[in-house]
Design a protein around this ligand. Structure first.
Ligand code: OXD
Ligand code: MN
Length: 596
């Protein structure tokens, strides 16, 4: 039995047990022995199915309730005393209403179940970047996933001591009914309550809830940034430079974080290092640069589309000790998904629990889905062949460039360098992207997703932009800010850029710009690579593709201003003056009234 010396924590656990009425309370210690015991229990209760021990050692399969496969943004709330503090992009509830509503669903929700108490650290235990949380959950699936995604157990409790600060994270899957689902954040109380879902983004409370929504609130108060960003190291000639990149969910952050240099650049001897694939916490370092830390300990990646062409490092990462959720389970106890690795198994059970065979049609005559488009793998970060030797460095890594991006068929060029910090914040604040399957809603619809943080900013978006502007003043040697778009298409709807490993060609130019070397042309929207500035060695692009990829169409950008205006109007007087100035200056540049 783990010994907790933190009276407030013990009192909170007792109080919660009185509401949820579990059969027993279990404090997680994080040991290997515990992992094996819990895995056995999860298998015995039918929550996990062990995969073929030879092909997938230590791996498990899990299938969720079909109504519970993605983040439910419409049921996600920021609960602050003052509605304005949640702002126009968040759902809001008063803390009083939030606690009262959710309490109804938590009441007796753990009957017949064990209540797991999980002390966890976001960031290496004891690092100046790190924050501690304690998740209470009745889901053994959540408990096992938290062991992969965060650092859990005894060492965290020891760090917490007798009176340390921690985020209270309460979760119950309850009856996994949408009508009884709520994901509530109480930033003023450093508390999260999530009920009615066992989906990662709703239930692994260290991830989106703590490391982005609550952390972004704290970061504003404490003078740092909590962002939806991968962190990547690029080594050449013995020197490693680091970039962060923010893309909306399911737009290839995991792939970029693990990229393999393309054949044509191999002679340059690049080594790529993965520091993180989803979240970055950024602080000003003693040297005046911005430093980043990955608060997570694992990858919760999208499975479909992952194969050894698109992401060989991910394939190598997930061959052991991984939990697969909502993919296809082969009858031979292997897993598979659309655009997956190799041939599918000859028969299996799909993500909905239905018998599946290659080529099988559903009741409407369409190919029957093997895996849900948002099916996932949960794998320890340390298993990634390109994991950076610095990924657990308590000081983080220094950042040369911040890259924003979205999924846009048209408009945005392959890459763009902003004109300076405030313009970079403008570029980030106006990111727009076509919706993917990572959240419930219409896939493909273009929505504004500032800094790829729309569903994750834990406070008023206007204050968030103002905080970004302020941070620019607080960083003596700020990184340069860029925007990329891997998804531009030609008139026939074909992607113009191959993406994946070839994205290094763009990152290479970005780093050269940070060193003051790469050649660029100035346009009204920022700098784009000069002709021949990107190294395209070994890449056979269609004739004219590069011109199309870098084209900046003034009419389209002028039209885009309307969308920005509409979005900015929602911010009312919270819109920072620096951003309305940027908007006006861009408008003038597009009219050609001032030099680009
Ligand atoms: C994720 C997401 O799971 O952004 O990372 O939805
Ligand atoms: Mn994400």
């Amino acid at each position: 039995m783990i010994d907790c010396k933190h009276e407030k924590l013990k009192a909170w656990v007792d109080e919660t047990a009185k509401i949820c009425e579990p059969d027993q309370v279990y404090w997680m210690d994080g040991s290997e022995e515990e992992r094996i015991r819990l895995e056995k229990r999860a298998v015995a209760r039918g929550f996990l199915i062990p995969l073929d021990e030879e092909k997938y050692p230590g791996c498990f399969y899990s299938r969720s309730n079909p109504n519970d496969v993605a983040r439910t943004e419409h049921l996600t709330f920021i609960c602050t005393n003052n509605k304005e503090d949640a702002g126009p992009t968040n759902n809001w509830m008063s803390p009083k209403d939030g606690y009262a509503k959710a309490q109804e669903f938590f009441h007796q929700s753990m009957h017949g179940r064990t209540m797991y108490v999980i002390p966890f650290s976001m960031g290496p235990v004891g690092s100046p970047f790190s924050k501690i949380g304690v998740e209470i959950t009745d889901s053994i699936y959540v408990a096992l996933n938290m062991r992969i995604m965060t650092r859990v157990g005894k060492s965290v409790l020891e760090k917490l001591g007798t009176g340390g600060e921690f985020t209270k994270c309460l979760h119950s899957r309850a009856d996994v009914a949408v009508e009884h689902r709520l994901i509530l954040h109480f930033p003023e109380d450093n508390t999260i309550w999530s009920v009615g879902s066992a989906y990662g983004g709703n239930a692994l409370l260290g991830k989106k809830c703590l490391a982005l929504r609550i952390a972004s609130w704290q970061a504003r108060k404490e003078g740092w940034l909590a962002e939806h960003m991968l962190i990547l190291g690029i080594e050449k000639d013995g020197k490693t430079e680091y970039v962060t990149a923010a893309f909306p969910s399911a737009c290839g952050k995991t792939n970029l974080a693990m990229l393999i240099p393309p054949e044509g650049l191999k002679h340059k001897g690049y080594k790529i290092w993965t520091v993180g694939d989803d979240i970055a916490w950024l602080r000003v370092g003693p040297d005046g640069r911005l430093w980043a830390c990955n608060p997570e300990a694992g990858f919760f990646g999208v499975a479909p589309g992952t194969n050894s062409k698109t992401n060989p490092n991910a394939i190598k990462t997930i061959h052991k000790n991984t939990i697969f959720t909502n993919v296809l389970l082969g009858d031979d106890l292997t897993v598979w998904w659309e655009d997956g690795e190799g041939a599918p198994p000859v028969s299996g059970t799909n993500w909905q629990g239905k018998p599946w065979k290659p080529g099988k049609k559903d009741e409407n005559g369409n190919p029957m889905q093997a895996a849900h488009p948002n099916s996932r793998f949960t794998a320890p970060a340390g298993q990634c062949p390109t994991i950076s030797p610095k990924w657990e460095d308590p000081q983080g890594v220094p950042i040369s460039a911040i890259i924003f991006g979205g999924r846009r068929q048209r408009l945005a060029p392959l890459v763009l360098e902003s004109l300076g910090w405030d313009h970079g914040v403008y570029v980030g604040s106006t990111v727009a992207s076509e919706r993917t399957a990572a959240a419930v809603g219409k896939v493909g619809e273009v929505r504004r997703d500032p800094m790829a943080m729309l569903p994750f900013i834990g406070y008023n978006v206007g204050d968030y932009f103002a905080h970004w502007i302020e941070m620019g003043k607080a960083i003596p040697k700020p990184p340069k800010i860029f925007h990329v778009n891997w998804f531009r298409k030609d008139e026939k709807g074909k992607f113009l850029w191959p993406g994946y490993g070839d994205n290094l060609r763009v990152v290479e130019w970005i780093l050269s710009r940070c060193r003051g070397e790469g050649k660029a042309d100035k346009t009204p929207i920022g700098f784009v690579p000069a002709k021949d500035a990107l190294d395209l060695n070994g890449l056979n692009l269609a004739p004219g593709a590069m011109e199309k990829l870098l084209e900046v169409k003034t009419e389209e950008w002028t039209e885009e201003l309307e969308g920005v205006k509409e979005f900015y109007a929602k911010l009312g007087d919270k819109l920072p003056e620096a951003l309305s100035d940027q908007f006006k200056a861009l408008k003038e540049r597009l009219k050609g009234k001032v030099a680009a």
